[in-house]
Write a protein that binds this ligand. Structure first.
Ligand code: APR
Length: 232
């Protein structure tokens, strides 16, 4: 079965109603990264950090996957689809995709602050000061903050290097190491980039088709074409 690796970013969830980070009106315009998304912020004002992610989690409970998430789930019927997402939402899971690697963590989970291997599902939307792991230490959001290591990047680059087709959807490719994944794919394989603002940042890789559309339009159309070519 052909292997399709799909790198997704905030743009794929935009049509579900979740703000992106760097578009105008995006999250980093409303909040300073250094106040809410670094380990230093957590040490300085954990209440603000918890509140920021609680609000994100609350919003996630109110939105639904969109046509782009569902198209990727449909693609699994015909191809071996591996999603590598920078998103911390669970919309790929809720749309039915099975193989999802989260690079930047997951909003619906918490993690021990003394033992990285202790990860828990958060019931509801709130993680509170005083919520502790089984060893008694405060739980933090299971998010990779700026300046922290991205443990899943090694696995993700192996996946990209084995892809027969690579798709990149809704990411400004501003944040490394995720943005570098494209360069792990073999030069000869077909690559697709779906983003309405794609012209702003065209990665220098071979065999790249740029689809300047919203994910909810461009992705179902591409999936339809790939499925048709699979059946031919
Ligand atoms: N469909 C497809 N792409 C879209 C859509 C849409 N409907 N709407 C916006 N976009 C595109 C924008 O043009 C932009 O290129 O999505 C991209 C979003 O870019 P960013 O906001 O930078 O999000 P992302 O690339 O996922 O950010 C990477 O940065 O702050 C961190 O950890 C956070 O995982 C995140 C990382």
């Amino acid at each position: 079965m052909k292997k399709i690796v799909v790198l997704t970013g905030a743009g794929i969830s935009a049509e579900s109603g979740i703000s992106t980070f760097r578009d105008s009106g995006g999250l980093w315009e409303k909040h300073a990264v250094e106040d809410v998304a670094t380990f230093e912020a957590w040490k300085k004002n954990p209440h603000l950090v918890l509140e920021f992610y609680n609000q994100r989690r609350k919003q996630l409970h109110e939105v639904q996957p969109n046509a782009a998430h569902f198209a990727l789930a449909e693609l699994e019927k015909y191809f071996d689809v591996q999603i590598v997402t920078q998103n911390v939402d669970n919309l790929h899971e809720r749309a039915g995709s099975k193989k999802i690697l989260h690079l930047h963590g997951e909003l619906t989970k918490s993690r021990s602050t003394i033992d990285d291997s202790l990860i828990y599902n958060i019931e509801g939307w709130e993680l509170k000061w005083g919520d502790t792991c089984e060893k008694g230490s405060q739980l933090r959001p299971h998010i990779v903050w700026f300046g922290e290591a991205v443990p899943n990047i090694v696995l993700a680059s192996e996946m990209a290097s084995k892809a027969d087709v690579l798709m990149v959807i809704g990411t400004s490719l501003n944040v490394y190491p995720a943005a570098g994944l494209l360069h792990y794919a073999a030069p000869f394989i077909p690559k697709y980039l779906i983003d309405p603002d794609a012209a702003l940042y065209v990665p220098q890789v071979k065999n790249l088709t740029i689809i300047k559309q919203k994910a909810g339009i461009g992705l179902p159309a591409l999936v339809k074409d790939l499925i048709a070519s699979h059946s031919n």
